[in-house]
Structure formats: C-alpha cells, structure tokens
Design a binder for this molecule. Structure first.
Ligand code: SIN
Length: 303
C-alpha cells in the first residue's frame, strides 16, 4: 500500500448518499478518527458497516466521538461483527450480556488489570476478533488508552529474529494474570474452567494475511516448543535464552513509533482489531472515577 494513501484523510460515502463518513488518521502507524457516523444507526446500514470494517482493518483502531448511544445500541452495533463474549472475572451488565463494565471508583481499590500491554483474552483458544469500548464517565484529567500496531512490530524485527520465531508457539494464561491475586482454590478453579491456551508466536491475520507478533506481557507465560536441540545445549542454559527472547518480543509493544494514544471524552468510542493490536489503559487518574463499557466480539482460532 502506498503510504501517502494510507494516511490521507478520506471521505467515504454510504449507500444512502445522505451521509458521508470521514476518516482522519491519527498517526502514520495506527489509529483513525471517523466522523459523521452514529453507531446506533450504523448497525442498520450494511454499506456503512462495510466501510467501518475496512477502516478497522486498515487503521487497526478507530475512534468515534459524541456517541450518545444506549447500552442496547452499543451491543447491537458490536453484534453486527459477531457474537459477544462475557468476561469471567470482570462481569457483564445484568441486563446486557456481553457488555462488560470496567468501572474504577475512588471507594473501591483500583484493580490493576488494564494498565499493562495486552491483547484481550489471549488466554482463550479463540481470542476476541475485536472490542468496542465506550467511555461512560471520564476522569477530569488522565485515563488515556494507548494502542500499538503488532503487524508493524513484526515487520520491523531483524531478519534473524523473524527466522528464529517463525516456528515458535507460546502459552497464554488467565491463571497467572487475573488469577494471580486469588486464593489458591479460586485460582485453580479459574484455571480448570479456562485452561491455558497455546498460540503461534507469529499469527496470520485471517482477513488481511498479514503477519502479527502475537505475544503480550500480560498473558504470555512461555514458549512451548523452544527447548529443542537447535536452541538448547544443556538443560541449564535453555530457560534464560527463551525468557530473554520472550521479553524482547513483548517489549516491542512499548515502541512509541508503533503506537497511538487516545484522550477520552464522555461518549467517545474505540473499536479495535484485537488480532493485530495490543492496548494499555493508563491509570494516572487516582482518585477519580473512570467508567468504561466494553463488548468483546468472539474471534476464531489463531491457526
Ligand atoms: C481493556 O483493557 O480492554 C480496557 C481498556 C480501557 O479501559 O481503556
């Protein structure tokens, strides 16, 4: 793709010709803001949904401002991209299954799950294809979210690293992330219900065919097929090499040139491709409220 084309603002017409959606890229790497779209109405407009999907695949995370939509409209929009999943630890709204409430308030101790780089729910065999997150209440200052382009992170790896990781697979765990602070019996019950998943380290995007660096520092615990004669001489020298390589790979998410940072307002919405990105919710707003509602769209197998 010509890079100038990739970053030029674009005017996109919907089928009705009564509305025009504009796409304004926020960086040359990732992220675009879409204007003149109401997500409540978009759920009924096939052509507009197709344009939104195109923008999602191209920019990886897309943003919409001033979406004063109901919870039912939020769910209906996300459902146009697939079935929704619940979160086993965070929990859904009682009247809207699949609408997960990520609420941080001054009177409840801040749980620190979102402020680390991650792709949502890679501890599932089939992690979500995408997520739609709406800001219900913002802190006065702070509380931004950052996303990173993991296709770019893969593309820019040195060739020798690309060759080394091509055959590797890795374990992803809910037990060692959401389960870590639980008493042992609860943690083991969580693990029994959601056993660790295994994914390729280099995943192929099912819609674009791009290669994605698919490990993250929140859920990926170790490579499952690193300790082969090619990589290991003696038992004792295997672990440091694998751990260093995994640390190097997960640290690629921290490179600012691959990132976009979004400042929330009430009723801002972010829709991200959960296959090709990671994100980090910056927790710099204590003791303010921050209330977000998220739908996660069930994805497919990673290979
Ligand atoms: C998430 O990690 O899925 C939520 C991100 C956020 O609250 O900004």
């Amino acid at each position: 793709m010509n890079n100038d084309t990739a970053i030029a603002p674009a005017l996109v017409r919907s089928s009705s010709l009564t509305r025009s959606m504009t796409v304004n890229p926020l960086t040359c790497s990732i992220g675009a803001e879409l204007s003149n779209v109401h997500l409540g109405a978009a759920a009924e407009d096939e052509d507009l949904l197709a344009e939104i999907r195109r923008a999602l695949l191209r920019h990886r995370v897309i943003f919409f401002r001033d979406q004063d939509i109901s919870r039912a409209e939020h769910v209906a929009f996300a459902r146009r991209f697939g079935e929704l999943e619940d979160h086993p630890v965070v929990g859904s709204h009682p009247d809207h299954p699949g609408l997960v409430q990520i609420y941080k308030t001054p009177d409840s101790p801040l749980e620190r799950n979102e402020n680390s780089w991650h792709t949502d729910a890679t501890w599932r065999e089939q992690p979500p294809m995408g997520c739609v997150l709406r800001c219900v209440e913002c802190p006065t200052v702070g509380g931004d979210t950052m996303w990173v382009n993991m296709v770019m992170a893969y593309d820019r790896l040195p060739d020798d690293i690309k060759a080394k990781i091509e055959p590797l697979r890795a374990r992803h765990s809910i037990e060692s992330s959401f389960g870590a602070a639980m008493p042992m019996d609860k943690r083991l019950a969580l693990k029994a219900k959601y056993p660790d998943a295994e994914h390729p380290v280099v995943r192929i995007h099912p819609e674009t065919g791009e290669k994605i660096l698919f490990v993250n520092s929140s859920f990926t615990t170790h490579f499952t097929n690193y300790n082969t004669p090619a990589n290991v001489r003696y038992g004792l020298d295997k672990s440091p090499g694998a751990a260093q390589l995994l640390g190097y790979l997960t640290s690629q998410a921290m490179i600012p040139e691959y990132q976009v940072r979004f400042r929330w307002q009430k009723n801002s919405v972010a829709f991200w491709d959960n296959r090709s990105t990671q994100h980090y919710a910056v927790m710099d707003y204590e003791p303010c409220h921050r209330k977000m509602e998220r739908t996660a769209i069930i994805g497919g197998a990673t290979d």
